[in-house]
Design a protein around this ligand. Structure first.
Ligand SMILES: Cc1cc2nc3c(=O)[nH]c(=O)nc-3n(C[C@H](O)[C@H](O)[C@H](O)COP(=O)(O)OP(=O)(O)OC[C@H]3O[C@@H](n4cnc5c(N)ncnc54)[C@H](O)[C@@H]3O)c2cc1C
Length: 409
């Protein structure tokens, strides 16, 4: 067994396209101690055909950079958008745009691929949805890496059957699908999102166990973007089989603290190869953080999406669903100021290694309090120093003036 055969571990995204592509079925995905899936190759069956290396999205991006050099970037059109159906918007992470794209696909007799929580709520996996009931399972963000084993084969089969397909996933999953298929298909619409990074499914699983222990009952449903306190102050919902439910604001939720402080992301997310302006997806969706400054008329704190369009197909389909939207064009660079994860990876929490080393032994609350505290940044230390010597107001004014000169590529 050898993981390094395809790519070194820190860079592997766990997309599982290599496992789907292997003609000898000799690649299986196995979880490591942190709970992330990695490919394992059965060397005895491997015929060294190189297919896995050919379709690895990380290796492809690297190779392309070498062969093509620096490609001039084009600016994707950007929009602020909200689904007019308020119930759908409230059940979605941002503006409910994914649901409209998915409903259009189903109405055309197509199939939608996206991430759903598994029945026991302990992990997420990509599934195919063909009915409105199945589509409901795809709605909303699942804050852990979704298992995509076998999904690329299913997408290929649906396209070969001549069906319309919507594939939605992280930027690395969409790149993986494009690499796996190897050619453009008029029936395929790819949607990715601006991705902070994906947390470990094992960490989520430990959190579910912890919450069940506290509640004294098994969990029945979870939802990571509840809008009881608003879209900007989103909250995590846990419903238990004893009919108790609990909604906790993200800033107070232990799991969200570990996630947003980067204590439990996949190693490859800290040097993501797919954070770029021009994507292989047709459309990129995101939360429109900062909408209150850019287009306040589009902000009612119930969820506004940032929609970035990368292709003519994406543009045409957005026009098709426009009657069901409130939509407004915005400046792409202004819009991205509130969402740096489009272009930059986040650094790991300084105590990430200790967090994982203690995951199996410490109770979840102790683990987070000990190893996922707000990291003390150079910025925080510098502000404390400047405040002490009385120069903070001058430095802050200078900093904000410099920030207003945002470089456009
Ligand atoms: C792990 C993660 C990190 C994110 N980071 C950011 C960020 O930094 N900035 C930002 O603006 N937005 C981020 N988002 C995206 C954002 O929250 C919404 O998904 C996006 O705005 C679309 O919202 P919607 O209301 O249109 O549709 P929704 O119905 O909320 O979107 C659901 C879609 O997201 C997909 N999805 C959900 N969970 C996963 C998963 N674990 N893996 C793959 N696909 C998944 C589903 O398949 C479905 O297609 C993140 C989402 C996830 C899952």
């Amino acid at each position: 067994m050898n993981v390094a055969f395809i790519i070194n571990k820190e860079r592997c995204t766990g997309c599982a396209a290599c496992a789907d592509a292997c003609p000898k079925n000799c690649i299986s995905m196995r979880a490591d101690d942190e709970g992330f899936l990695y490919p394992h190759i059965d060397k005895a069956s491997c015929v060294r055909c190189g297919k896995c290396e050919q379709i690895c999205p990380v290796l492809r991006v690297e190779k392309k950079a070498v062969t093509d050099g620096a490609i001039p970037q084009s600016t994707p059109a950007a929009y602020a958008a909200c689904n007019k159906d308020e119930a759908v918007r409230l059940a979605s992470s941002s503006g409910g745009i994914f649901t409209l794209l998915a409903e259009r696909t189903l109405a055309l007799g197509g199939v939608v691929f996206g991430a759903a929580m598994r029945e026991d709520q302990r992990s997420a996996a990509h599934i195919a949805a063909e009915t409105p009931q199945e589509l409901e399972r795809l709605r909303g963000s699942k804050y852990m890496q979704s298992d995509t084993q076998g999904i690329y084969k299913q997408v290929k089969a649906a396209l070969q059957a001549g069906r319309k397909v919507l594939f939605s996933g992280t930027p690395c999953q969409v790149e993986a699908l494009r690499a796996y298929l190897g050619h453009e298909d008029a029936n395929l619409l790819c949607v990715d999102f601006i991705c902070h990074g994906v947390p470990s499914p094992k960490v989520w699983n430990k959190y579910v166990e912890f919450r069940e222990g506290r509640a004294g009952a098994p969990v029945r449903r979870t939802f990571s973007r509840h809008k009881k306190y608003g879209w900007k102050t989103f909250a995590l919902l846990f419903e238990f089989s004893n009919n108790n439910a609990n909604v906790q604001i993200f800033g107070e939720d232990l799991y969200m603290q570990a996630f947003l402080r980067n204590a439990c992301l996949r190693p490859s997310c800290h040097a993501c190869s797919f954070k770029k302006l021009n994507r292989v997806s047709d459309i990129t969706l995101a939360d429109f953080w900062g909408i209150e400054n850019i287009a306040p008329d589009m902000d009612d704190d119930k969820g506004t999406s940032l929609v970035l369009v990368h292709s003519e197909k994406g543009d045409n389909i957005l026009r098709e669903i426009a009657p069901s939207l409130r939509i407004k064009p915005v400046d792409t660079y202004e819009a991205l100021k509130g969402n740096p994860s489009m272009l930059q990876s986040v650094p790991p929490h300084p105590r990430r290694a200790e967090f994982f080393a203690n995951l199996d032994t410490l109770p979840f609350d102790e683990l987070v309090h000990k190893f996922a505290r707000e990291p003390i940044s150079i910025k925080m230390l510098a502000s404390a120093f400047l405040k002490k010597i009385g120069l903070f107001p001058v430095a802050a004014a200078l900093y904000h003036r410099m920030k207003s000169f945002v470089k456009k590529p």
